[in-house]
Write a protein that binds this ligand. Structure first.
Ligand SMILES: *[C@@H]1O[C@H](CO)[C@@H](O)[C@H](O)[C@H]1NC(C)=O
Ligand SMILES: *[C@@H]1O[C@H](CO)[C@@H](O)[C@H](O)[C@H]1NC(C)=O
Length: 176
């Protein structure tokens, strides 16, 4: 009898780790999940995403331009030169981990001010829009599975001071 309970218990823990947490990490099946690395000069209070027509949609669509809308406070200097680096990962539900996808250097060392961010970024509390457009990178789009969890880690570097703003967002995404 004890063994039966033990087996049921083990089976229950096994199923929840395989079929529960592992399918959609951080409940990305129903909503996006994001966090910011600690920063003394820039704090993000909220992050939502819309399509180019300012409509909120979930799942997001990575094959079309995506707008991240941030409520943020810049307590550092005005930012007028911005480097943008984006790392993209896809979820592996079999091993319960994120795998970094190759981006062929297309998403590194971008000029943030000409790639979807309106510069300069003033001081103080503001709504900041960041447009992310993978549709021009078909080499990347071609690697993506439809309706799966993806993780984007965006690093913005103030070129004048070297300060970094790092945001990680996870979302369920459709491709087309
Ligand atoms: C879920 O989100 C937390 C931050 O809220 C993060 O530390 C953790 O790594 C995420 N889990 C996965 C599987 O991505
Ligand atoms: C950011 O969110 C806070 C708290 O909800 C709100 O008081 C503030 O007005 C928002 N800022 C902007 C620029 O919308």
């Amino acid at each position: 009898m004890q063994n039966l309970f033990l087996s049921l218990f083990l089976f229950a823990s096994f199923s929840s780790s395989v079929f529960g947490d592992c399918t959609w990490p951080n409940s990305t099946d129903t909503a996006n999940h994001w966090w910011q690395n600690p920063s003394s000069i820039f704090t993000i209070y909220s992050l939502t995403t819309t399509n180019e027509q300012s409509q909120q949609e979930y799942p997001i669509h990575l094959g079309a331009p995506l707008v991240a809308v941030l409520n943020a406070t810049n307590t550092g200097p005005v930012i007028s030169q911005l480097q943008e680096d984006i790392a993209l990962a896809e979820w592996d539900p079999n091993n319960c981990k994120w795998n970094t996808l190759p981006t062929f250097g297309l998403l590194n060392n971008l000029n943030g001010c000409t790639n979807g961010i309106a510069c300069p970024i003033p001081q103080g509390n503001q709504v900041l829009k960041v447009t992310i457009d993978f549709s021009k990178f078909q080499a990347i789009i071609g690697l993506l599975k439809n309706d799966a969890p993806y993780q984007l880690q965006i690093t913005l570097t103030n070129k004048a001071t070297g300060d970094k703003i790092v945001v990680t967002a996870q979302a369920r995404a459709e491709i087309h």
